[in-house]
Design a binder for this molecule. Structure first.
Ligand code: GDP
Ligand code: IMO
Ligand code: MG
Length: 431
């Protein structure tokens, strides 16, 4: 599908708690772009693309990789786990997807090390009931080290003596934490050093100065698509802190995660699921802990693409999505997984949060600290027709059209594209 309703460059962001269907939509939009760029997150992301029943799950590599003659860039804001990256490259190649000169990795991206994953595990175990429910991919500890100036970047791998000394010092410090704080085993810096020197050779062909690469692309008027990972409600600043991830998920994150000026993002596209899911702990006002929640999980295939965990499911939360639209400056939306609601007699949209006798229609930034949030719903009729085969706007059932119109009115953005199934072809253009 040709997607023409964009300026030169667009940024695609999730408007909920992740897993909105970003991978599928990026794959579709890639046809209309030259370069697809990841700007934050790491292998905590799991972006699924289904092409003729063949399923691809991308964790680090942009979802544009499946299309020929496109460049995919892993920007400096991403935290890179080289073992995961190499596995992903291997898997793509076994499925006959080309990965070579079309992949560029920032030399200043921070590396995820085994001690980050170990710290992630240990810190989650210590938290007990308070745990975040992380993907245990070492994301939080890696970004922590970056900000604390204790990180090791891709380029460091190519200066073996410097890398060895820095790694040794850092691992020795981590070992003190493992032993004294967590009563856990030490890691061997030498084993990590040998392992990562091996990765250095393998990733070298893809590593470059992506800041210059992107600058040349912008000057050459290439069309760039920035692919957000996670969802805005997991943003380190504007999400449901502390039940969030450790990066800037929003469109603003693309500028600092790639090293481009904000003026080069011309359009922000928000992706939202027709209902809500969340994987991991934290507030979820519209969660359905009943048969309907279970139905949505089964029908929507709501199991984590990274961890396989069942996703928590609930009704569409317009309070949260309005907040996400505001912090991203969303220009247009894509509504995914409409087909999952096909059987419902009535559909609920959360319009406000009730605490005691007070109703809030603005997202409370301290939600995680406030107990007793009750969703206030608006109900609309369901369509009770199969939408998965629809490819044309005129075939959308009346009540489904009404659901879309209602969301547009509440949210103040136009739904430009509708997704009605996992496959690349199951999409309807509304513009
Ligand atoms: P992402 O992280 O935002 O890329 O989303 P995930 O890939 O983690 O989760 C979305 C899941 O829904 C994947 O299994 C997709 O194949 C699937 N999916 C995407 N769009 C649709 C849709 O419109 N309908 C249905 N039924 N499934 C979809
Ligand atoms: P995509 O890109 C859904 C969640 C985790 C956990 C919290 C922190 O596929 O939408 P982390 O490992 O990042 O420290 O975990 O964030 N989380 C996601 N949830 N989709 C994702 O990515 C996620 N990435 C992280 O479940 O609650
Ligand atoms: Mg996902």
């Amino acid at each position: 599908m040709e997607y023409s309703n964009t300026g030169l460059n667009a940024c695609l962001v999730g408007l909920q708690w992740g897993d909105e269907g970003k991978g599928k939509i990026v794959d579709i939009l890639t046809e209309s772009f030259d370069i697809i760029v990841r700007y934050q997150g790491g292998s905590n992301a799991g972006h699924t693309v289904v092409v003729n029943n063949e399923k691809f799950v991308l964790h680090l590599i942009p979802s544009g990789i499946l299309r020929k003659n496109k460049y995919c860039v892993i920007g400096s804001g991403v935290v890179l786990d080289p073992r995961q990256l190499l596995e992903e490259i291997d898997e793509l190649r076994t499925k006959n997807i080309e990965v070579g000169n079309n992949l560029r990795i920032s030399e200043i991206a921070h590396l995820v090390f085994p001690y980050h994953k170990k710290l992630d595990e240990l810190s989650e175990s210590e938290k007990g009931d308070e745990k975040i429910g992380t993907t245990r991919r070492g994301i939080g500890p890696c970004y922590t080290d970056k900000m604390a100036r204790n990180g090791i970047r891709v380029a460091d791998l190519f200066h073996p003596e410097h890398f060895k000394q820095r790694l040794k010092n850092i691992v020795e410090e981590k070992n003190r934490i493992f032993v004294r704080v967590f009563n856990a085993d030490e890691l061997s810096w030498k084993d990590i050093y040998d392992e990562y020197c091996g990765y250095a050779e393998q990733i070298k062909p893809y590593v470059c100065n992506t800041v210059v690469f992107m600058d040349e692309a912008i000057k050459g008027k290439k069309k760039i698509l920035f692919e957000g990972a996670q969802g805005s409600m997991l943003d380190v600043d504007f999400g449901t802190y502390p039940f969030i991830t450790s990066s800037s998920v929003t469109a603003g994150g693309a500028t600092i995660g790639v090293g481009i000026s904000p003026k080069h993002i011309h359009k922000v596209l928000g992706i939202m699921k027709s209902y809500t899911t969340r994987v991991g702990s934290g507030p979820f006002p519209t969660e359905l802990n009943d048969e309907l929640g279970e139905f949505l999980r089964k029908k929507g295939g709501e199991y984590g693409a990274t961890t396989g965990r069942p996703r928590r499911c609930g009704w569409f939360d317009a309070v949260a999505v309005k907040h996400a639209i505001m912090i991203n400056g969303v220009d247009g939306a894509v509504l995914t997984k409409l087909d999952v609601l096909d059987e419902q007699k009535t559909i609920k949209i959360c319009m406000g949060y009730k605490f005691g006798d007070k109703v809030y229609d603005l997202f409370p930034m301290d939600l995680a600290a406030r107990p007793g949030c009750q969703p206030v719903y608006k109900e609309v009729p369901g369509w009770q027709k199969d939408t998965s085969g629809i490819r044309n706007v005129k075939d959308i059932p009346l009540h489904a059209r009404n659901y879309i119109d209602t969301l547009e009115k509440i949210l103040g953005v136009k739904v430009e594209m509708l997704s009605v199934g996992p496959d690349r072809g199951q999409v309807v253009s509304l513009v």
